[in-house]
Design a protein around this ligand. Structure first.
Ligand SMILES: NC(=O)c1ccc[n+]([C@@H]2O[C@H](COP(=O)([O-])OP(=O)(O)OC[C@H]3O[C@@H](n4cnc5c(N)ncnc54)[C@H](O)[C@@H]3O)[C@@H](O)[C@H]2O)c1
Ligand SMILES: [Zn+2]
Length: 348
């Protein structure tokens, strides 16, 4: 099993990644938590696939397990699901010493993490990511939250899990499109800070190196989060492709998935960097890599629509917005610009 430490001010914890680890989930959780009540929060698809196995493994170690299941998909990452989780925790008399276990992709992790952050002003939670996107990105780093009608992730909290455990065998049931969502985030990491990682995915031959690549992404995220937990400095680089990506998700009414939107957003960032002359051209390399996995590289929305939605993004500060732009594969910069200049420089 691969173990990667994450060291934040809130707490230090490990991310454990290994094939077949589900049978050890109970023991691995009991290393960080005494037997207590556990609420497994999951979506309907993951519930059908893995929740029974996970429940059995956790109960074996003396935990009392109940379950909260909601409909899969980004549209469930909302205030109603969040409130329903809190109400169930209260009805079942969960206390501050009990535990939430998030079993699923980024949607499950984000909404249950936010419930954990706020129920009784904060209880422990464990992340059991089941999508490629969740294991390489969303389960690590403590950003939790929900979408509001006005935009993505607009309510949330920084709340670190006490442990993250991924059984990589779970990834085998992901449909190709959902796997591609995760690959979009991995290509993003490559563009931000790892040309070797980018090259592996650009070559299309990553399958035999998948566990190593997952570990490399978690290591990158862990290092960045350990230095900038609250997203005021270099952690913002990890948002490459996300200002425009979130705008595209929103414009589509959340029918374009997060990874697909990040793919398009990353291409827009690269073209924009070229447009203003800060990069050696790399947009074509990024487009070629994304296309290998059937990921989209453009969309039907016009510039005005995308910019309007982008202005609700959290990277906006007063009159400026901080764009993350690639200088070359493996190096990005934070580029704050006045909002009124966006229209001149953004290139779709
Ligand atoms: N908190 C963070 O730092 C962070 C980082 C990146 C993304 N995110 C968020 O993560 C979300 C996207 O996450 P996601 O792509 O995992 O989406 P998701 O959670 O909606 O999962 C995608 C789909 O895959 C299904 N699924 C999950 N595991 C499966 C498995 N093993 N086999 C088959 N099907 C499975 C789910 O039921 C769902 O239908 C977005 O809301 C995004 O904003 C958060
Ligand atoms: Zn993302």
């Amino acid at each position: 099993m691969i173990s990667i430490g994450v060291d934040t001010k809130q707490r230090a914890y490990d991310v454990l990644i290994g094939s077949g680890s589900v049978k050890d989930f109970g023991r691995l959780i009991s290393e960080v938590k005494k037997p207590c009540k556990v609420m497994i929060v999951t979506d309907d698809i993951v519930n059908g696939l893995y929740a029974d196995k996970v429940t059995e493994a956790i109960e074996k170690s003396g935990f009392t397990v109940s379950r909260f299941v909601f409909e899969n998909g980004e549209r469930s990452k909302n205030i109603t699901t969040y409130a329903n989780i809190l109400e169930r925790l209260a009805q079942e008399h969960f206390t501050r010493t009990d535990l939430i276990v998030a079993l699923g992709g980024g949607v499950v992790g984000d909404v249950s993490g936010f419930a954990a952050a706020t129920y009784l002003r904060g209880i422990d939670f464990v992340q059991l990511p089941t999508t490629l996107l969740a294991v390489v990105d969303s389960s690590v780093g403590g950003k939790t939250g929900i979408d509001l009608i006005a935009g993505k992730n607009l309510a949330g909290a920084f709340w670190q899990p006490v442990r993250v455990i991924c059984d990589t065998d779970f990834l085998s049931t992901l449909p190709d499109e959902r796997k591609a969502d995760g690959i979009a985030e991995i290509i993003k990491y490559g563009v931000i800070c790892s040309k070797p990682l980018f090259d592996i995915f650009a070559s299309g031959r990553f399958e035999e190196k998948l566990d190593e690549c997952i570990a490399e992404c978690v290591k990158i995220k862990s290092d960045v989060v350990s230095r900038d937990e609250f997203d005021t400095g270099e952690r913002r680089l990890l948002n490459l492709g996300h200002t425009f990506g979130h705008a595209i998700e929103k414009a589509s009414g959340m029918t374009i998935t997060h990874g697909y939107a990040v793919a398009i957003g990353t291409v827009i960032a690269a073209k924009t960097a070229e447009n203003i002359g800060i990069s050696c051209p790399c947009s074509q390399d990024i487009i070629d890599a994304l296309k290998k996995y059937g990921l989209p590289v453009s969309c039907d929305y016009n510039k005005e629509t995308i910019i309007n939605y982008a202005l609700t993004d959290k990277k906006r500060t007063g009159v400026d917005i901080a764009l993350i732009l690639p200088e070359k594969i493996g190096k990005c910069i934070i580029y704050p610009i006045p909002i009124e200049k966006l229209n001149d420089i953004v290139k779709l």
